[in-house]
Design a protein around this ligand. Sequence first.
Ligand code: FES
Length: 99
Amino acid sequence: MIPAAKLSDVPNFGKKVVTVSDREILLINVKGTIYACENECPHQSSPMTAGVVKEGSISCPRHGYRFNLANGTCADHPEYTLKTYPVQVNGEEILVELD
Ligand code: FES
């Protein structure tokens, strides 16, 4: 697990883009649960940082594909999967696991 940010950097219902090991990772706080995913939409590479987070998923700002925050799947377009990363919170530290 690699330190990605401080918990206080990602406010509730907020997002933050960080660079970890040369990869852009989007951190999302949903009611205290932190999710991590790639910041590039697997459809046509739109930045996901402007996506709308709702009911456990994030909608791409460009064409609205909705990806599950927990596993990155897209119910309407199953051929596209947003890469997600395991997250651990250790005190103030947000850690992510890259593969
Ligand atoms: S670029 Fe994200 S849905 Fe098309």
